[in-house]
Ligand binder design. Structure first.
Ligand SMILES: [Fe+2]
Length: 345
C-alpha cells in the first residue's frame, strides 16, 4: 500500500515563494508522479493510422506544396497522447508518411537522428546514402543512419510513398538534433552492399573485416520475406516467425536507438506478444491483421500503421484463413537495453 504524500498547497505561500526565488522545488508533491508504483505513467496512446485516410491527404499535399517549399513532403503520424504539435508516436519514435512525385528530388542532407524508410507504394524512387544508390521498392527497408549523407530521387512515373521512422524525439530531447545541407552526391559504383546480402558470410578482403559502421543500407523485402517463409516452412511448430534487421558485421541491431523487425503470421494465426517495456509500431506490409491492445481493437489493412505503449501485451491476429500476413515492427528495444531498463513481464 502506497500512502499519500504532502501536497504543494499544504505548504505556506511565503515558504513556496522563497523556494521559487532560490530555484528550489520540493520533491514530495511530485514524487508519486515521477515514480509511480509498479507501472510507469505513459502518455503514449494506442493509435491506428489508416493508409486509406493518409493517402489522399498526402497526394493533396503534392498539389498544395511543391517539393522546393517542403524539402521533405511529409505528414507526421502524431500520437495525440503526446500532443499532436510534438509530432511523436512514442517517447523515442517519430513516424512520417512521405510523398515523392516523379521527377522530384529531395536535396542531400545529413543529421544526427537515425532514420529508416519502409517503402509503401510506387516504383522508381531511390535514396542515395553515403554515395550508394538504394532502389526503393515496396517493403524494402532503407537505412539512413546518423551522420550519413542522403537524398531522394524519383525516375518512375507514379507517386512513391514511404514510411519514415526516426529516433528524432529522443535526439531532440537530448538537445542533440541538427542537420547539415550538402551537395548532390556522386553515386559511387562498386561501393554497394551486395557483399552483405547473403546470410552467414561477410566480405573479408585479405582476411580483414570491413570497418564500415553501417555496411548494409538496404534490406530488400524479397529477401526478408523469403527468410520468413523459409523459417515458417522449416519449423512448422514455431509460434513466432520473426526476424530482426541486424548489422551483418556485428550481429547487433541495425541502428543504435530503435529496433526493426519483420513478423509473419500464418493463416488464421493469433499471436500474443508479451508486455515489454518499449513502445512499438506495427506497419502492415501484406495481408489483413487485427491488433488488440489496451482494450482497443484495430483492423489493419495493407499499409496501415499503429503504435502501442510499452508495458502492454499486444495480440496480433491474421484475418485470412489461407494467406500469410507480414508485419514490419519498429520499437525502442535497443535504447531500453542500453539504458538497462528493458523488461519483459
Ligand atoms: Fe533526412
Amino acid at each position: 500500500m502506497t500512502h499519500a504524500l504532502g501536497r504543494l498547497e499544504d505548504l505556506p505561500t511565503d515558504y513556496r515563494d522563497s523556494l521559487t526565488q532560490h530555484h528550489l522545488v520540493p520533491l514530495w508533491p511530485s514524487l508519486r508522479a515521477l515514480l509511480p508504483p509498479d507501472l510507469p505513467a505513459r502518455a503514449t496512446l494506442a493509435v491506428h493510422w489508416s493508409y486509406a485516410d493518409i493517402r489522399p491527404l498526402l497526394l493533396k499535399a503534392g498539389e498544395l506544396t511543391p517539393i522546393e517549399k517542403a524539402e521533405r513532403r511529409v505528414l507526421v503520424l502524431a500520437n495525440p497522447g503526446h500532443g499532436l504539435e510534438n509530432m511523436k508516436a512514442s517517447p523515442a519514435i517519430y513516424l512520417g508518411m512521405q510523398l515523392l512525385l516523379p521527377g522530384e528530388w529531395a536535396p542531400s542532407h545529413r543529421h544526427t537522428p537515425n532514420a529508416v524508410r519502409m517503402i509503401v507504394e510506387g516504383e522508381g524512387a531511390y535514396t542515395t546514402v553515403d554515395g550508394e544508390k538504394c532502389p526503393m521498392g515496396r517493403g524494402d527497408l532503407v537505412l539512413t543512419p546518423t551522420g550519413l549523407w542522403h537524398e531522394h530521387g524519383h525516375d518512375g512515373t507514379e507517386p512513391v510513398i514511404w514510411l519514415d521512422v526516426l529516433d528524432l524525439p529522443l535526439v531532440h530531447y537530448m538537445e542533440a538534433s541538427y542537420h547539415l545541407n550538402g551537395e548532390r552526391q556522386t553515386v559511387q559504383p562498386g561501393r554497394g552492399d551486395r557483399a552483405w546480402t547473403r546470410a552467414g558470410v561477410v566480405p573479408t578482403a585479405v582476411f580483414a573485416r570491413s570497418d564500415k559502421r553501417y555496411p548494409l543500407l538496404r534490406y530488400p523485402w524479397a529477401d526478408t520475406r523469403a527468410a520468413l517463409l523459409g523459417m515458417a516452412q522449416d519449423q512448422a511448430d514455431l509460434d513466432c516467425v520473426q526476424v530482426t534487421y541486424v548489422n551483418p558485421e556485428t550481429g547487433g541491431d541495425a541502428q543504435n536507438i530503435l529496433g526493426f523487425y519483420a513478423l509473419m503470421l500464418r493463416p488464421g494465426q493469433a499471436l500474443t506478444l508479451p508486455a515489454r517495456s518499449p513502445a512499438q509500431v506495427f506497419h502492415l506490409i501484406e495481408g489483413g491483421v487485427d491488433v488488440a491492445v489496451c482494450g482497443k481493437h484495430f483492423g489493419l489493412a495493407e499499409a496501415d500503421t499503429c503504435c502501442t505503449p510499452g508495458y502492454e501485451p499486444v495480440t496480433l491476429t491474421n484475418r485470412s484463413p489461407d494467406q500469410a500476413a507480414f508485419v514490419f515492427i519498429a520499437d525502442e528495444s535497443p535504447l531500453h537495453r542500453k539504458l538497462g531498463v528493458y523488461e519483459v513481464r
